[in-house]
Design a protein around this ligand. Structure first.
Ligand code: S3P
Ligand code: PEP
Length: 409
């Protein structure tokens, strides 16, 4: 699907959908618990339904009706399973250790960029913890064996999703486990979110400066709860507001563990200066990778040079997000340079637009382009705009409900 956007500011009220990250964790913890958990405000994006289906394949009973899921924990896990992780890095990296700890011989399928996204820390650590991989740098691949507890040494710089996956899985071994970081942990707020969800589902994690300890003998306990709003999706509207739109953003938890709530502070700081221009900014993407596409849009309209640093792993997401933002914003008339690990953005008053851009099969690139278009002079055509369904299937309807002119071509 291609979408043609005729530039106009957005106006109205929006309640961003429930958090994808929180929902993945709640579904997995509930499926690993004894008993039944009810999860309210579950948003059925493609990634979330991918995790739902995968947990069913591992033996959980999950009924989804509207935005409510009733999850009956895994009684007997099957001997073998095939898990189609579609394009969801979270599903893949959370469920490799979970399937392994359940002792299920599992084939993992995936598509889009997922087969290329790294799983190196697992390949290195699992063979000495009872699990073998039949893997040749792509998908499908198979794991076989039963994961044991103990000490895991993990590089913190590739993805925090390995830490989350291990944290969720290791309580199933019943043993004491320790995950030791061999380098600085990027995306740390996502691990904090994992630990918070685990605590609600009855499992305690001890945190030291460079390790996470799971004391022995713990079990997940069923828990009812509602998924809180998604700050990563709210960010698109926050930035639209900085660029002149007037959207009332509702229903987000200010005290959330979501690192992406930082967008509120960033937007507050770059207020218009006495020359009527937004102040440029330098932001580290270390804790907030998913904000990078929309921050690149913001920088494109600031009065000076903005920098998004510590962003090397953005090249390992649904697309190479540094290359994609450089290409798309420059096509609209921006001035963006991608380095190995950063974006350098020279801001302009407005962008010419009048161009076609590819969404690079990446939901966050498509949504960032839609917000950039609100400040372009001429229409913008977004190719492959349906990719928003990965995290925000209603995005285009919401955009139109705010007065955005987005025609399906
Ligand atoms: O744990 C999570 O829910 C996520 C962690 C982040 O990945 P990395 O840890 O790979 O940066 C983030 O980019 C992703 O969208 C969701
Ligand atoms: C990177 C993302 O998700 P995942 O890693 O789960 O594919 C994302 O939602 O931007």
């Amino acid at each position: 699907m291609d979408i043609k956007i005729t530039p106009t500011k957005l106006r109205g009220t929006v309640t961003p959908p429930p958090s994808k990250s929180a929902a993945h964790r709640m579904l997995i913890a509930a499926a690993l618990a004894e008993g039944t958990s009810v999860i309210e405000r579950l948003y059925p994006s493609v990634d979330i339904m991918t995790t739902v289906e995968a947990m069913r394949q591992l033996g959980a009973e999950i009924e989804v009706q509207g935005d409510r899921a009733v999850v009956r924990g895994i009684g007997n896990a099957p001997e073998s399973a095939v898990l189609d992780c579609c394009e969801s890095g979270s599903t893949l990296r959370f469920l490799i250790p979970v399937a392994a700890a359940l002792g299920v011989r599992t084939e993992f399928l995936g598509r889009g960029k997922l087969p290329e996204r790294p799983i190196t820390p697992y390949l290195e650590e699992f063979p000495c913890h009872g699990v073998e991989f039949d893997y040749s740098n792509t998908m499908p691949f198979t794991i076989n064996g039963k994961l044991t507890g103990g000490r895991y040494e993990i590089d913190g710089g590739i993805s925090s999703q390995f830490i989350t996956g291990l944290l969720l899985a290791l309580p199933l071994t019943g043993e004491r486990s320790e995950i030791v970081l061999t380098s600085h942990l990027e995306s740390r707020p996502y691990v904090d979110m994992t630990i918070d969800v685990m605590r609600k589902y009855g499992v305690n994690v001890e945190v030291t400066e460079n390790s996470f300890i799971i004391p022995e003998g713990q079990k997940f306990v069923a828990c009812d709860g509602a998924v809180e709003g998604d700050h990563s999706q709210g960010a698109f509207f926050e930035v639209a507001n900085s660029l002149g739109s007037e959207v009332d953003i509702r229903g987000l938890n200010e005290n959330s563990f979501q690192g992406d709530k930082k967008i509120i502070e960033i937007c507050e700081k770059i207020v218009y200066n006495e020359n009527g221009k937004l102040n440029p900014f330098t932001v580290s993407a270390a804790d907030i990778p998913d904000l990078v596409p929309i921050l690149a849009v913001l920088g494109s309209f600031c009065g000076g040079e903005s920098r998004i640093i510590d962003a090397a792993r953005l090249r390992l997401k649904e697309s190479d997000r540094l290359a994609a933002m450089e290409e798309t914003l420059n096509a609209l008339g921006g001035d963006v340079t991608a380095t190995a690990d950063s974006l350098i953005i020279k801001g302009k008053e407005s962008l010419a637009g009048g161009a076609e851009v590819s969404a690079h099969n990446d939901h966050r690139i498509a949504m960032a382009m839609a917000i950039a278009a609100t400040r372009c002079e001429k229409p913008v055509m977004i190719r492959g705009a349906e990719c928003v369904r990965k995290s925000y299937p209603d995005f285009w309807e919401v955009y139109r409900s705010l007065g955005g002119i987005a025609e399906e071509i």
